[in-house]
Design a protein around this ligand. Structure first.
Ligand SMILES: CC(C)(COP(=O)(O)OP(=O)(O)OC[C@H]1O[C@@H](n2cnc3c(N)ncnc32)[C@H](O)[C@@H]1OP(=O)(O)O)[C@@H](O)C(=O)NCCC(=O)NCCS
Length: 335
């Protein structure tokens, strides 16, 4: 018989370096007013080179999640790490998290699904636990964007949006009759829009590889985004995938106690909130403080919401994401 899985612990870590919109205005042609009006972002964190890495931040968030679950690191059976900003081209940072946590040779899987990476990872963990293969799986989202952003005026429409940080949860086996648990996950992709939000290199679609042209062409090394296309698809897919999760569980929007959308842009979250007819206190946002941290944004928001007492036992929590790929996903969780 299949087991059931639940989120048993949450944790997050953000770098100490706070970068305000006014700080950005000193290095590129932008204003606090423009950024807040279009994105809701007031400040974000940037990593400290030589101190923070995707792996170190992910490991720190993971330690907190394991403690929050009341577990020891040695209880963890498997690590899943989602990121679009790996410390090395290869191997992925999952193995460095394994090393940092010192958990003896357990498996570490790297997931490359950008803004939806955390929910994809949660879904994988859910399947591993349900089948009985693992009892406790660490699911981590961690990003260092600031190292690879075009911080000149040329890159301003992208670079003001993204920030660095990490969040983690532990997915654990639970009594199959318990109310708490991951009720369902829903994953989607549409590769025809891959180039609408992407970083081309280092990769095999850019030539020549590793030559001077490579570094002289910002198209190859910096993220590029067709902002209006992303916005238009995001608002449709968020609503669709939330409804998909609710329908799968015979529930309605009024059943949701807290919606935690991927922190893409405050305007997108507000649009989704209005379309779902949810009151403001049922949608959690912290993009104002951290910007868009892609794979880290949902566990970072979930961890903060939990700390603030906004996620309580018995609550129905809906997680939803949309981003580069395009990929989108949702999860419905009874806390
Ligand atoms: C990125 C986004 C905020 C841009 O807003 P927009 O209204 O589409 O703005 P545009 O790109 O049309 O640019 C409008 C003007 O602002 C300028 N601009 C762009 N970035 C700017 C910045 N940081 N500061 C000041 N001006 C800026 C543009 O150059 C343009 O100037 P112009 O009219 O003289 O040509 C918006 O498209 C968006 O939110 N998209 C979704 C992005 C997202 O959520 N991505 C993450 C997905 S996971």
């Amino acid at each position: 018989m299949l087991a059931k899985s639940k989120i048993s612990g949450v944790g997050h870590y953000v770098p100490e370096n706070v970068v305000t919109n006014n700080d950005l205005a000193k290095i590129m042609d932008t204003t606090d007013e423009w950024i807040q009006e279009r994105t809701g972002i007031k400040e974000r964190r940037w990593f400290t080179y030589g101190k923070d890495t995707v792996a170190s931040m992910g490991a720190e968030a993971a330690r907190k999640a394991v403690a929050n679950a009341g577990l020891e690191l040695s209880d963890i059976d498997f690590i899943i790490l989602a990121t679009l900003s790996p410390d090395y081209y290869f191997p992925g940072p999952g193995v460095k998290v394994q090393e940092a946590l010192g958990i003896d040779t357990i498996g570490a899987l790297d997931v490359r699904n950008q803004c939806s990476g955390f929910i994809y990872s949660l879904s994988i963990a859910d399947q591993f636990v349900k089948t009985g293969m693992y009892k406790n799986v660490l699911v981590i989202g961690s990003e260092v964007h600031s190292h690879r952003l075009d911080k000149s005026t040329r890159g301003r429409s992208v670079s003001v949006i993204f920030g660095d940080g990490a969040g983690a949860v532990v997915v654990s086996a639970t009594d199959k009759d318990s109310d708490a648990g991951i009720l369902s996950t829903h994953l989607h992709s549409q590769g025809k829009y891959a180039e609408e939000l992407c970083t081309m290199g280092p990769g095999n679609m850019t030539t020549p590889v590793f030559e001077t042209d490579y570094v002289s062409d910002p198209e190859h090394i910096f993220p590029k985004m067709n902002g209006s296309t992303v916005f238009k698809h995001a608002v449709v897919r968020f609503k669709e995938v939330i409804h998909e999760a609710l329908n799968a569980n015979n529930m309605a929007p009024t059943d949701i106690d807290l919606l935690i959308p991927h922190q893409a842009n405050l305007r997108i979250s507000q649009f989704v909130q209005a379309k779902m007819q949810l009151p403001q206190d049922k949608v959690f946002n912290n993009i104002q403080k951290y910007g868009n941290t892609t794979a880290a944004s949902i566990p970072l928001a979930l961890s903060e919401a939990w700390q603030e007492g906004k996620v309580k036992e018995g609550d129905l929590v809906c997680l939803a994401a949309f981003g580069s790929g395009f990929t989108w996903a949702s999860a419905l969780v009874r806390w």
